[in-house]
Design a protein around this ligand. Structure first.
Ligand SMILES: C[S@@+](CC[C@H](N)C(=O)[O-])C[C@H]1O[C@@H](n2cnc3c(N)ncnc32)[C@H](O)[C@@H]1O
Length: 272
């Protein structure tokens, strides 16, 4: 199948916001669908609509480096390979011995612009990083993911970082909303309404009669349900003081842990 980069020469400027991502995604939809046509969905993988969010936020025609942390069976890696054909994509997976590893290797073997590495991305990403990179983090999770994202942004080399699993009830979601202005989320209502149809193949593996983790609280604090696991997109902000922000993140992590253990103690005492 051949693809035309109909948007390759379009330059997008100005701060990114929900509306801009929505409009870009609308413009990219047909091309995106042709690129993912026939691509099966693998267990543990990022949803298709979330990958459209990544493409729209990074910008079509992107030919810079794409770094991925957390590959598992390579669902997101495969889709990245399809939607960023001009980029060098480097995917890092921690668990070389996982049964997922050979599945990803087999699936990705024909994508010449995708390189697979094993190791801890908290070290490897910094070794591989090139100026202007886009980074996708889907493992580690939670506060460790946000720390990695902010450390990468602090280098000044990263254009945008995406963090998966930032649904509304997570403590890290509240941190991003309260302290990292400019962060966008793929569970934005209009985005979900327009593009959730892309995810029909993804839902087959979920038991939707049970509460899904992004519909309930994993942090001990109730929040509104999110549509799905959800990507956060944090654009690099030259005016941001990333050092102090990392300290704030550390404090938020300590507070969240304290709140969680207090909640457990109270639940034990009241016999819940
Ligand atoms: C949810 S899975 C990734 C799914 C994948 N992105 C997809 O869409 O198919 C999370 C993966 O992150 C990996 N991981 C966790 N911490 C990591 C780290 N520090 N460096 C690299 N990989 C890590 C785990 O071993 C696991 O395979």
């Amino acid at each position: 199948m051949t693809h035309t980069d109909s948007h390759a020469n379009t330059t997008y400027s100005g701060p990114l916001n929900d509306q801009a991502v929505l409009e870009r995604a609308q413009g990219l939809l047909d091309d995106f669908m042709s690129r993912i046509q026939g691509v099966p969905y693998e267990d543990k993988g990022v949803f298709f609509s979330e990958m459209l969010f990544v493409l729209a936020a990074v910008g079509p025609g992107f030919d810079g480096q794409v770094l991925e942390s957390g590959r598992a069976r390579g669902q997101s890696t495969f889709v990245l390979g399809r939607i960023f054909p001009k980029s060098k994509i480097i995917s890092v997976e921690f668990d070389r011995d996982s049964p997922d590893a050979p599945i990803a290797e087999a699936r990705l073997k024909d994508l010449d612009h995708v390189e697979l590495l094993y190791g801890d991305s908290r070290r490897l990403l910094f070794e591989q990083l090139q100026p202007g990179a886009a980074v996708i983090i889907d493992g580690p999770k939670g506060f460790r993911a946000v720390r990695l994202a902010l450390q990468l942004l602090r280098t000044g080399k990263v254009r945008k970082v995406f963090i998966h699993d930032t649904y509304k009830s997570m403590a890290t979601r509240r941190f991003l909303e309260n302290h990292v202005p400019g962060t966008l989320f793929s569970d934005h209502e209009q985005f979900v309404q327009q593009f959730k149809h892309l995810d029909d193949p993804c839902w087959a593996g979920f038991d939707t009669s049970q509460p899904l983790e992004w519909h309930s609280s994993s942090s001990g604090v109730q929040g509104n349900p999110s549509y799905g696991p959800t990507f956060a997109c944090i654009p690099h902000d030259p005016a941001c003081a990333y050092g102090p922000l990392l300290w704030r993140l550390h404090l938020a992590n300590v507070m969240a842990r304290a709140g969680k253990s207090m909640g457990k103690k109270l639940a034990r005492r009241s016999g819940v």
